[in-house]
Design a binder for this molecule. Structure first.
Ligand code: ATP
Ligand code: MG
Length: 574
């Protein structure tokens, strides 16, 4: 492709609103433009990257028996009402009415439509298993679209859905997906971790997330270098450092006045103690009324963990706290409180300072188990340096981008949408489903996050918009132009994807743009072709350069590309 006839609007400056490197570089390299908040146009180079990525995804989905379909973007409300999600999903769902005032929504995901198809087309155990997938546009009115294409309100997703007779069948398709996903992310050149996650709004029996390391990520994972444990911090199990030297338990409790000290920090400053010697008390409203949740003062409560322990809840309002405890939030504590109490495992031992359920008062010498009874559960956030929940070695915590996930859905959607089959005994049974997503745009952005330098992108070969950047230093110099034109023909004729920078621009501009675009190999036709009859082939990643005669270029380029492809993709040992 000739640059002079293409739309590749590179920019010298970073866009003002961009923070993530991938966002800056995708805009500067002319891959995308923002039409509105979280809504993007993919320009030719961006589209080529997406095409490369989706081609890899398609190959790997087909290899595990996936059948490609396309489902609509517009859905009738009835499907989502039947599953219950019309009510449970809030503003994230785009809703609209048609001319007859019928409710519709824009598809955020397609479990309901899949169950609808299955309810009509799957009849017997002989029709199962099935694996259906699509690469299609999703619409979500995200609360905070940000970081370029990493979180947008319209985005392409590969979503696949497995349908099985039973859990054993689901396990097989789930494992096939796990492996296919690893191949996809390996082939796209990502460093990533596969982590156990929280099924969230999907509901179900297990899920994993594929997390690519990047400071632009919104998620955090806890990773153990010793045993390979990897989990989202939302749910990661850890053994926090001991809370320091506990004072020996006193025979009884002692009240201490704590005027104006409401937060843990204020209480600690007043009493001259470490936060780890205090209990943090939080009142929440669960399904059966108020619950007091406790963590050690130096720890943070993780909502997902509490939800796992007590089911859905919300923070209590001030008046609900007052009604349940008789005091304002800052003085609440577990001793003598007649409501359900759930405490983090760290609090099984020790002797603490806690709120006294009296205004401006705390209790010293509180011993869990002696002074109050509680259920215990893992409620605390895993921090870097905590012991691994599995082996005890120190955990690292890393920022990551979720590039894909896999869920064991079970029968939630098949039951509510009546997707059933007749088993060998003629018994009606709900189809067992799995659902699996990948965001190609996030793969592209994560690849840039992990592969760039001060000058621009360094594309992994497999997903680069072109393989070769052919650059003529002076398009008006006859010898240079002649050689470059011939190389364009030869390289393209050899089946290589070539971007030919034939513009009449200053060499400095062209070299800068080449680095910014980051194609794997640059072939430069410059003054050396006039003097010595050679052109230069340069590898973007390493800067290695070789000089060859024009006739050798196709062979050498092929070899260099092949070499890199043959190299094992660098991948985290997790
Ligand atoms: P997140 O927790 O980041 O919001 P999610 O759990 O909502 O993601 P899924 O609904 O499971 O994600 O979607 C599957 C995949 O689609 C994700 O792993 C991600 O790669 C991609 N994806 C999800 N939301 C977005 C978005 N707003 N913009 C771009 N890609 C997205
Ligand atoms: Mg989401």
């Amino acid at each position: 492709m000739r640059w002079s006839k293409s739309l590749i609007p590179t920019l010298k400056e970073d866009p003002a609103d961009a923070e993530a490197i991938s966002h800056k570089l995708m805009v500067r390299a002319g891959l995308v433009r923002q039409l509105a908040a979280g809504i993007y146009v993919y320009l030719p180079l961006g589209q080529r990257v997406m095409d490369r990525i989706t081609a890899i995804i398609r190959e790997e989905m087909n290899a595990i028996g996936g059948q490609e379909i396309t489902m609509p973007v517009i859905h009738p409300a009835e499907l989502w009402q039947a599953s219950g999600r019309w009510g449970t999903i809030g503003d994230e769902m785009f809703r609209l009415k048609d001319r007859y005032q019928r409710d519709l929504c824009l598809g955020m995901t397609h479990e309901e439509v899949i169950a609808w198809i299955a309810a009509r087309e799957i009849h017997s155990y002989r029709d199962l298993p099935q694996l259906w997938y699509q690469i299609q546009t999703k619409e979500r009115d995200e609360a905070r679209p940000k970081s370029g294409v990493l979180r947008t309100r319209e985005f392409v997703m590969k979503d696949s859905y497995s349908l099985d007779r039973d859990m054993a069948g689901l396990d097989v398709q789930y494992e096939a997906h796990r492996q296919a996903y690893c191949r996809i992310f390996d082939r796209c050149g990502l460093r990533y971790a596969v982590v156990e996650s929280d099924p969230g709004m999907m509901g179900g029996a297990g899920s994993h997330e594929f997390m690519a390391a990047s400071p632009a990520g919104e998620d955090q994972v806890a990773l153990c270098g010793a045993c390979g444990y990897a989990a989202n911090v939302e749910l990661a199990a850890s053994r926090p450092r001991p809370g320091g030297a506990f004072p020996p338990p006193t025979a009884g409790l002692a009240e201490v006045p704590t005027p104006n000290a409401r937060t843990i920090a204020e209480v600690c400053a007043l009493l001259q103690i470490e936060p780890a010697l205090t209990i943090k008390s939080l009142v929440v409203m669960g399904g059966d009324g108020p619950v007091l949740a406790l963590v050690r003062g130096d720890q943070q409560l993780r909502e997902r963990k509490l939800e796992r322990a007590i089911g859905a809840f919300r923070p209590a309002h001030r008046d609900e706290v007052r009604e349940a405890t008789g005091v304002e939030p800052g003085s609440v504590g577990p001793v003598g409180l007649p409501i359900r109490i759930i405490a983090d495992e760290c609090l099984r031992t020790g002797c603490y300072v806690a709120g006294a359920n009296k205004p401006d008062t705390h209790l010293l010498g509180v011993v869990p188990g002696r002074d109050f009874q509680a259920e215990f559960a893992d409620l605390h956030e895993a921090n870097a340096g905590d012991g691994c929940g599995r082996c005890g070695a120190p955990l690292a915590v890393e920022r990551v981008i979720e590039v894909g996930n896999i869920f064991k859905l079970g029968t939630k959607y098949s039951v509510s949408l009546k997707a059933v089959y007749l088993d060998e005994q003629g018994q009606e049974r709900p189809i067992v489903m799995g659902s699996y997503g990948i965001g190609p745009a996030r793969i592209a952005a994560a690849a840039i996050e992990q592969n760039h330098d001060a000058h621009g992108i360094i594309w992994p070969e497999t997903i680069a918009p072109f393989q070769v950047h052919l650059l003529v230093v002076n398009a008006k110099e006859p010898k240079m132009a002649g050689v470059a034109e011939q190389l364009h023909v030869d390289l393209s004729g050899a089946g290589l994807d070539v971007l030919y920078d034939d513009r009449e621009e200053r060499p400095g501009v062209k070299f800068k743009d080449a680095d910014l675009l980051g194609l794997p190999l640059r072939v430069t036709v410059g003054s050396r072709v006039v003097k010595d009859g050679v052109v230069e082939i340069r590898r973007r990643r390493t800067g290695e350069e070789i000089a060859v005669s024009p006739g050798e270029v196709v062979g050498r380029v092929r070899g260099l590309l092949g070499q890199a492809a043959a190299r094992p993709v660098e991948r985290a040992e997790r």
